[in-house]
Design a protein around this ligand. Structure first.
Ligand code: PEP
Length: 258
């Protein structure tokens, strides 16, 4: 089976300022210099992207945006296109984060268009999916995940094309920013389901290669156990990615060779 390089991604959301971003990047750079078996990525707010591109220059840190628009250009006040992100140095873009879905009304239809545009433009989409608490308690987790995958990847399914650069982040909404992490078994169960769905929909080659990240209150204390699961290929970290004391040990988690 093909080796999947783990990804440790930090989603800064609407946090930090330029000075604290620089300090944090300087610390991450020191660690990343000695880390070759995993990819590290940061997702700053839009206005900091160009500065952070300079901060990470000469390092192996990747730059991601937190969102983008689905169209190439147009009268979309307040929006940013894929080509603008690429010009700003982004290699990745987070799409369909649960905060975008729940606070800003983003639907699977919009997310599908965004994933398609990212793919066409050459910026790697990190597609976020996950059930909320009531859906989990009602036993609807797999149904919700399947429906989000079908909806957010509708264009690929209909056009019979393969999203070969796709990264998926499974983020149970009840675990985001709550301090309540999914247990490694709970996360593994859903990751395995996602990989199976990818295989059934796009073929085994992609399902063997695709990286599926876990997100939801990842901390230095739980990273190694999560990463020891066979279908967890990395993490998307919110709160704990904002300071070096927590993010560096997450980057340096103990990797168990399987
Ligand atoms: C996130 O927002 O993607 C996230 C996982 O946040 P936190 O790590 O704070 O739960």
């Amino acid at each position: 089976m093909e080796k999947r390089i783990p990804i440790i991604a930090g989603n800064w959301k609407m946090h930090l300022n330029l000075a604290s971003a620089k300090e944090l990047i300087d610390e991450i750079k020191k660690t990343v210099m000695h880390t070759r078996d995993r990819e590290v990525l940061v997702a700053p707010p839009f206005v900091y992207l160009i500065s952070v591109r300079e901060f990470i220059a000469d390092s192996a840190i990747y730059l991601s945006a937190q969102n983008m628009h689905w169209d190439e250009k147009g009268a979309y006040t307040g929006e940013i296109s894929a080509s603008m992100l690429i010009e700003a140095g982004c290699t990745h873009v987070i799409l369909g984060h649960s905060e975008r879905r729940h606070l800003f009304g983003e639907t699977d239809d919009f997310i599908d268009l965004k994933v398609k545009m990212a793919h066409q433009s050459g910026i790697k989409p990190i597609l976020c999916i996950g059930e909320d608490l009531s859906q989990r308690e009602n036993g609807e987790t797999f149904e919700v995940i399947k429906s989000q995958l079908e909806g957010s990847l509708k264009s690929f399914i209909e056009q019979r094309t393969t999203p070969y650069d796709l990264i998926i982040a499974y983020e149970p909404v009840w675990a985001i920013g709550t301090g309540q992490t999914a247990t490694p078994d709970q996360a593994q169960e859903v990751h395995c389901f996602i990989r199976q769905w990818i295989g059934d929909t796009f073929g085994r080659e992609l399902s063997g290669k695709i990286r599926i990240l876990y997100g939801g209150s990842v901390k230095p204390a739980n990273i190694s156990e999560l990463m020891a699961q066979p279908d967890i290929d990395g993490v998307l970290v919110g709160g704990a990615s904002l300071n070096a004391e927590q993010f560096i040990p997450i980057i340096n988690y103990d990797k168990k060779e399987g």
